[in-house]
Each structure stands twice: as C-alpha cells, then as structure tokens.
Design a protein around this ligand. Structure first.
Ligand SMILES: NC(=O)c1ccc[n+]([C@@H]2O[C@H](COP(=O)([O-])OP(=O)(O)OC[C@H]3O[C@@H](n4cnc5c(N)ncnc54)[C@H](O)[C@@H]3O)[C@@H](O)[C@H]2O)c1
Length: 363
C-alpha cells in the first residue's frame, strides 16, 4: 500500500515511524510546506519521498492519505483527498465544525472510501483492559467519569485546550460506555495569554441513571497529571497514564445506603475492600492504529475509530466552546448525525470525484 502523510510537525514523525515499520507499506510520501521540516524528516527516513504542496501529493498514485496538520485545515485537505479517491486518516479532533465532519462522512460513504479518525487512546493496552473490565460488568453500572489531563503543554495555535486535549478523554468515555447518551454540557475556561483558553473544565450530563462526567484540562500546570476515575456502583477504577507498570487499579469499594432514612440521618456506609492492578498490553498504540486503518481498507469495512466517532466528539467540542463563550451556559446535546449537508454540493463532488478517478488508477 502507498501512503501519503501531510503535516510533519510534532505528531507527524510518530505517524511516519509507525507506517514505515509496517511491511505492507510499499512507499511513504511526506508533505509539509515547511522545507526545513522535510529536510529533518528526510534525514531520519532517507527512503521516503517528500512534497511541499499537498495538492501534488494528492495527484500521485497513492492509496491512503494521513492528515496531521492543525485542525483548521483538516476539512479542506481531507475533502480533497477523498475527492481524489484516497482513503483517509484524520488526526483528532476530526474537524473544526460538525457540518464539515458530516460532509466528509457522506463523501467517504458515498464513494466507498475508508475514513479513520485517530483516537489513539482506544488502541492502548490500558483502555482495552478498561473496556474488558467494564464490559464484563465488574464495575456495575457506571455512575461517573472524572478526568484530569494537565501539564505545561504545547499551545496549539488555532484551538483552545478543550479542543486539543479532551478528544482523548471523550473518545475513551464514548468507547467505554457506548450505551449511555450525553444530554447536555457546561464548560468554563480562562485564556491568560491569547484568545484561546489554556485552562478549562467540561461537565457532561447523561440521559441515563444520573451518570455524570467531568474533564479538567490545562496547558499551564507545573505538574503533569493524566488520571481518570471511572466509578461504578459495584467497583471503581483509576487509570493513571503516568504510571509505568500499574496503570490501572480496580478498587472494590463504594458507598451503600441501606434506606432513605439513612440518607436523612447521613448514615452512609462505606465499603472498602481489596485493590488489584491488572496486567496491561504494552504494544505502541499508534502501531495498532495504523494496522487497523490498513486492515479496514483491505477488508472494506469501517475502522474501529471512524468518522461517526469523530463527529460525536466535534459536536461536544463545538457545544463546549459555545458554553465557555456564554459564561457556562448549559447546552443541550444531540449526538445524532443530522443530514444537513447540501445534496447539490455532494452531487458536484461526486462528479469531480469521477473525473479524477478516470485520470488515475487506484486500489
Ligand atoms: N493522536 C494524538 O495523540 C495526537 C497528538 C498530538 C497531535 N495530534 C494532532 O495532530 C495534528 C497536528 O498536530 P501537531 O502538534 O503535530 O501540529 P504542528 O503544528 O506541530 O505540526 C503541523 C505541521 O503541519 C504542517 N502544515 C500545516 N498546514 C499544512 C498544509 N496545508 N500543507 C502542508 N503542511 C502543512 C506545518 O508546517 C507543521 O509542520 C493536530 O490535529 C493535533 O491535534 C494528535
């Protein structure tokens, strides 16, 4: 398979290294409009080819394109890639607007092309183990998520800290509790340096069972914390990504209230039992993600992390931004895929696509 990778900044080299190590990948072309970045990449991976203009990369006979540029450019590049018949991998967050995400999903579906969104955490051993524990009912009914992702982080130029960091935690949450429905959110944040918030908090309410989720993200923290509590009514789990060996700890503890009378008298019974730390697979997540992308192309099926997953998160991010700009306003969430895309636009795109297809040969 021939791969094109657009964007060779901070994250791009990780993608290049992982695709480079897959034996089914016949060639890699890397594009960045920064010539110095391309020289650096060439010095690390001498057998790749490089391109300054992504449109020239899209004209090449390649099968799949990875978009690893800042989020503001994802939609345009991904759309052009789909219209030239390429399968696409788009970095998180999928797009800067939900209607753009919907349009890309439609173009990919109508042209039978794979659309992968890089929610990398779902390919980690820790998240896979959490999924296993939650799916087999060990935690019971999930009652809350509480997540902290803070450090002296890399400021993104075009988005705030919620757009940059919460897609990781939101993708984990959606993966772990696919049967629960987010109903509304509130968000607040502060921008100390420019117009983009560098510290923020996001709270989600669910339709079911008073479930609640809270995310705290910060690019300006003196310490690095990557912790998530997933609490069930039977057991609770802590995922600490800064731990090397014991990333997950399952606590057999909780709160039991025998009768309503007890609540009034504040006689709450605490249950504290054993704690254990399960073994977690150590394989690099990005390598599994890259293999899943290629496998989904070969098997002509939806990848594990696809456009619809990306869209749900963009809908949350958009609503969070609206809430922040309106002093923590509660915003209702409908994670449905509403087909607002202009059908005329899709029709035109399809014609362009067919014309392109005639010019080149694809898989
Ligand atoms: N999955 C993850 O865990 C993860 C981690 C970090 C970043 N990311 C995502 O990866 C993307 C890139 O982030 P980054 O931190 O590497 O950004 P970056 O700014 O360090 O790198 C982006 C690169 O893209 C190049 N570029 C921008 N527009 C271009 C264009 N039109 N044509 C060619 N080159 C172009 C820039 O020159 C730059 O080298 C973002 O969407 C980010 O959210 C994902």
């Amino acid at each position: 398979m021939k791969i094109g990778i657009i964007g060779a900044g901070y994250w791009g080299p990780n993608l290049i290294r992982n695709f480079h190590s897959i034996k089914e990948v016949a060639s890699i072309t890397v594009c960045d409009f920064d010539e110095e970045r391309l020289e650096y990449i060439k010095s690390k991976f001498p057998n790749i080819t490089t391109e300054l203009d992504y449109k020239k990369l899209l004209d090449k006979n390649i099968d799949a394109v990875v978009v690893a540029t800042p989020v503001g450019s994802h939609y345009q590049i991904a759309k052009e890639a789909l219209l030239s018949g390429k399968h696409i991998w788009v970095e998180k967050p999928f797009t800067a607007k939900s209607n753009h995400a919907e349009e890309l999903i439609k173009i990919a579906e109508e042209n039978d092309l794979r659309l992968f969104v890089d929610h990398t955490f779902l390919y980690t051993g820790a998240v896979r183990k959490m999924k296993e524990i939650i799916s087999n009912g060990e935690l019971g009914n999930i009652i809350y998520f509480d997540s902290v992702r803070i450090n002296l982080g890399l400021f993104q130029h075009d988005v705030n800290v919620i757009w940059d960091l919460t897609p990781h935690d939101l993708s984990i949450m959606y993966y772990l509790i696919p049967d629960k429905t987010v109903s509304s959110l509130t968000a607040c944040g502060v921008s100390n340096f420019n117009e983009h918030e560098n510290i923020a908090q996001l709270s989600l309410n669910f339709k079911e069972d008073n479930c609640f989720a809270h995310f705290h993200v910060n690019w300006t923290s003196p310490i690095k914390i990557r912790k998530m509590i997933v609490a069930g009514d039977k057991k609770m789990l802590v995922f600490d990504d800064m731990e090397n060996s014991e990333k997950i700890k399952v606590y057999d503890c909780g709160v039991e209230i025998k009768s309503k009378e007890c609540i009034h008298k504040m006689l709450v019974q605490y249950r504290t039992g054993d704690m254990y730390s399960p073994k977690v697979m150590q394989t690099e997540a990005l390598s599994l993600a890259a293999k899943e992308f290629l496998q989904s192309i070969i098997e002509k099926r939806e990848p594990l992390t696809n456009g619809r997953d990306g869209l749900k998160i963009v809908q949350i991010l958009e609503a969070a931004e609206h809430s922040i700009k309106n002093n923590g306003l509660t915003v209702k969430i409908d994670n449905g895929f509403n087909h607002k895309t202009n059908p005329e636009m899709i029709k035109k795109d399809k014609v362009e696509f067919k014309n392109n297809r005639r010019k080149k040969s694809f898989v």
